[in-house]
Ligand binder design. Structure first.
Ligand SMILES: Cc1cc2nc3c(=O)[nH]c(=O)nc-3n(C[C@H](O)[C@H](O)[C@H](O)COP(=O)(O)OP(=O)(O)OC[C@H]3O[C@@H](n4cnc5c(N)ncnc54)[C@H](O)[C@@H]3O)c2cc1C
Length: 468
């Protein structure tokens, strides 16, 4: 039955954690495993913002080698290879082909050197790279543009189900903790310091209900929303630190381009665009432009779509992808931290930062999806120790097991038991939470409206009972 999440939470926690993207979800699980009593809140559904709008890669970031960010690349490669091992049901290793043309910015010898360094920095845990000549490249990707082609480098990165990993971290944390809680569609309205505690005013975004909850420490894992949110909080003074940048992806019909492996396009504007096959579509992205005013659910413009289609058609001149091949599109805002050495969004470092605007307040921003676990360790360690607990760094490496309904979702075999499980156990509050993030039905282009009507009729009672 419908519940008002705020009415079922306690009045006091060790930590209130604001933001349930990948950073907040990872921190929530780690703190739960350490025995900390945490309340996680998110203004929207968990994993519904940046952490479901990524390119879905677990990667070291080959291009950051050019910025000499060796430490970051090495750390990200270690994290990529860790998640491939501890969450194999949500991630896979994928071959990425990087074609080289006579007029490419990087010649084949440089690509070869970069790929060696990339594998070296992974301690050779990456599946080994290959370098292909003209004939072999076309044999393996026959649709590719031949004109001026020299060859290709092939390396291996990970592909992850980004929003599902975030959700699984939260549900695993809840499973392992008797006292923590996670509530979605609940925002932080304001906070004050009172008697050695932080008193937070929380608001249910759906019902408007408000509640005061106390904690010993307040943590912000609010990604690109951090500056805007913290500037509204009168209890602290906050210096804006972000250089937000919008990135757009398209999901394309796979019919014209039945790729078996991923491809890296390097257009002359110095961007990098990935083309990644998924089970029923090809993901193409991303762009990098200034973010619009509204960071929640940012918009995809026709210019963004045209740019990505134009690049696909340049690399695959005979397939003629057009608007009718676009199944859906989405945009996200990168939470880049301003870099004194660069004003270019593409060149800005992907390092993370932990800020302490007050001894009881922490904000963790920046980084990449791939490095979220190592990002949160620093904060989890400090919070555990402040609470008198010994921090165990190994706990966040405990493997994640698939839920018992995982196979049904993967095979899109929806049963009444599955729907009931998701509605009762997985904190869906709106139909969109259920369709997009629990059942992976991303848009009506995937989910024909006739089927959606049948679905709504079939499960009418359950949907009415549990959704707002
Ligand atoms: C286009 C694009 C492609 C990317 N591709 C990759 C990639 O392939 N690999 C990779 O490693 N990284 C990638 N990244 C980077 C990665 O996605 C981000 O670094 C990461 O998802 C950020 O996670 P987060 O938890 O910090 O932010 P978010 O996921 O945005 O989470 C912040 C949460 O805070 C909540 N919130 C905001 N305000 C409030 C409030 N007042 N009260 C309560 N909650 C609030 C929001 O609802 C949101 O859920 C990409 C980013 C973009 C934009």
């Amino acid at each position: 039955m419908k519940k008002h999440p705020l009415s079922s939470i306690d009045a006091e926690y060790d930590v209130i954690l604001v933001g349930g993207g990948i950073v907040g979800s990872g921190l929530f699980r780690d703190l739960c495993l350490q025995g900390v009593k945490v309340l996680l809140i998110d203004k929207k559904d968990f994993s519904s913002q940046t952490s479901s709008a990524s390119s879905k890669m677990l990667h070291g970031g080959l291009r950051y080698l050019e910025n000499f960010d060796f430490g970051l690349v090495k750390e990200a490669l270690e994290e990529k290879n860790l998640w491939l091992k501890i969450a194999p049901h949500l991630s896979r290793s994928e071959s990425f082909y990087l074609p080289v043309y006579k007029d490419s910015l990087r010649p084949l010898w440089m690509v070869k050197l970069g790929l060696f360094l990339y594998d070296f920095l992974s301690h050779f845990e990456n599946q080994a790279h290959r370098v292909l000549g003209f004939e072999k490249t076309l044999k393996e990707i026959p649709w590719l543009k031949r004109d001026k082609l020299i060859g290709a480098g092939v390396y291996h990165d990970g592909v992850v189900n980004d929003h599902r990993l975030g959700l699984d971290l939260i549900f695993d944390g809840l499973d392992k903790s008797g006292s923590s809680e996670a509530v979605n569609y609940v925002s932080l309205e304001d906070f004050i310091f009172k008697n050695n505690d932080v008193e937070c005013l929380l608001k249910d975004e759906i019902h408007g209900l408000q509640k005061f909850v106390k904690a010993k420490h307040l943590v912000f894992a609010t990604g690109p929303f951090t500056d805007k949110l913290l500037l509204q909080m009168k209890a602290i003074s906050w210096q804006p630190c972000l250089l937000p940048s919008k990135g757009v992806h398209l999901r394309l019909k796979p019919d014209k381009l039945p790729l078996k492996s991923a491809l890296v396009m390097t257009p002359n504007d110095q961007r990098v665009i990935f083309v990644i096959p998924h089970h029923d579509h090809i993901l193409v992205g991303t762009t990098e432009t200034e973010a619009d005013e509204n960071f929640f659910d940012p918009k995809v413009t026709q210019k963004d779509i045209d740019y990505l289609l134009q690049n696909i058609n340049e690399y695959f001149p005979n397939i003629n992808m057009d608007q009718s091949d676009v199944l859906s599109s989405f945009a996200g805002i990168r939470p880049l931290v301003k870099d004194p050495n660069s004003t270019s969004r593409g060149k800005t470092s992907r390092e993370h930062h932990v800020y302490r605007p007050h001894e009881k307040v922490t904000a963790i921003v920046g980084g990449k999806y791939t490095t979220f676990r190592s990002m949160v360790q620093e904060t989890a360690r400090r919070l555990s120790q402040n609470l008198g607990l010994t921090y165990n760094a190994g706990l966040s490496k405990i493997p994640l097991s698939p839920s018992s309904f995982y196979e049904l979702i993967e095979s899109q075999n929806f049963t009444p038991e599955l729907i009931e499980y998701l509605l009762t156990k997985e904190k869906c509050r709106t139909l969109e939470d259920l369709l997009q993030r629990r059942l992976y039905l991303y848009t009506e282009a995937h989910w024909h409206s006739e089927n959606l009507q049948q679905f709504k009729v079939k499960y009418q009672k359950l949907l009415n009972d549990f959704l707002e």
